[in-house]
Each structure stands twice: as structure tokens, then as C-alpha cells.
Design a protein around this ligand. Structure first.
Ligand code: FE
Length: 192
């Protein structure tokens, strides 16, 4: 059965994000859901038809990682917005950040620096359950540089489509608006 796009209309009227900006982004997200389902359907059909070893099968299989991660990262991104931006009530993640980075402010500087990297992609705060380490990562496009076995706790979209309607090329202003709307209770909950 096809996976259905999740709804994030609760984010409309969030300060710093226009309705047009958000609705355009929701539409782009739905495209990833559609194409993830489509790639899975094509692969399943090709397998039944005995075409699993074909060049075409391999290319759709390669594409699946990009489509799937494009879908899931948007869900994590929209899911960690809609809050008041304060980590103060998110005790577990806040203390882990302070333990590792020395202070919340130093972690924030690092995460924002990752978000400001040239290119299109994502900034993600990962937690490694094996070592209990936190790592701020740059994900190129949707699929390059994910940390295997780690949990994405906080996800920030830095493709231009995430902010260009409201902020033009001023990515730092968008990142500041994003930070004002982080729902740290969700981030804390992802820590498990
Ligand atoms: Fe996006």
C-alpha cells in the first residue's frame, strides 16, 4: 500500500514563515512521497518481470535513496518546527549538548555554521546511540553523509526552496527564524 503524505498545516502562521513559503514547501514534500511510492512500484514490477539485473533497475534503485530521504527528512524537519525555540524544558538533550559542546551556545554556533555551508542540503544534529556522541552533520542533497545507526534529532532544510520566497538569498535570516520555531520537546523525544 502506498505511503501517504503527512499533514503539517499546524505550521501555518508560524512567525517568520509565510503561508506561501510553507505551502510551496509542503507541495515539494508531497512530490518526494509520490516519487518514493513510484520508485518502489517500479522496482517491485521489474522484479516480478525478471528485470532485477537490468541497468534500468539499478538506476531506479539508486534514485530510491534520494527520493526516500527527501521524503523522510522533510517530515523530520516539519516535525521539529512549531515550537517556541527554547531548549530549556528539553532537559535530556540540553544537558547532553552542554556536556559535549561545553554550552548550548557553542553547539548552536556549530549547527548554524553547518547550516551556512555552501551548497544545497541539510544540517542535522545526530545522536550516536553506540557512543552517546552528538554530531552536527552536513547532508549533501538528501542522501550523502548520513551517519549509519545514528538518530537524526534536529533537522534543518537549507535548500533555497526552504527560504528564498521569504528571505531571498539571506540564509542566515532564515536560519534565525528556524531557530525561533524549533520544538525542542520533539527533539528531546527523538533521543528516546
Ligand atoms: Fe525542502
Amino acid at each position: 500500500m502506498a505511503y501517504e503524505a503527512q499533514g503539517y498545516s499546524k505550521l501555518i502562521e508560524m512567525e517568520g514563515f509565510s503561508e506561501t513559503q510553507l505551502n510551496n514547501h509542503f507541495t515539494l514534500y508531497k512530490g518526494y512521497v509520490t516519487h518514493t511510492n513510484k520508485a518502489l512500484d517500479i522496482l517491485s514490477t521489474m522484479l516480478k518481470e525478471g528485470k532485477a539485473g537490468s541497468y534500468e533497475y539499478a538506476e531506479v534503485k539508486r534514485r530510491l535513496g534520494w527520493e526516500f530521504n527527501g521524503m523522510r527528512l522533510h517530515e523530520l524537519y516539519f516535525g521539529n518546527m512549531g515550537g517556541d525555540g527554547s531548549p530549556d524544558s528539553a532537559a535530556k538533550i540540553k544537558s547532553l549538548i552542554e556536556k559535549q559542546f561545553g554550552s548550548y551556545e557553542d553547539w548552536e554556533k556549530d549547527f548554524k555554521a553547518v547550516g551556512g555551508m555552501r551548497g544545497i542540503g541539510w544540517a542535522i544534529l545526530y545522536h550516536d546511540p553506540a557512543s552517546d556522541l552528538l554530531v552536527n552533520m552536513w547532508i549533501n542533497e538528501h542522501d550523502v553523509a548520513h551517519l549509519a545507526g545514528c538518530t537524526p534529532l534536529l533537522v534543518m532544510d537549507v535548500f533555497e526552496h526552504a527560504y528564498v520566497f521569504d528571505y531571498g538569498l539571506k540564509r542566515p535570516d532564515y536560519i534565525a527564524a528556524f531557530f525561533n520555531n524549533i520544538d525542542w520537546s520533539v527533539v528531546n523525544g527523538r533521543l528516546g
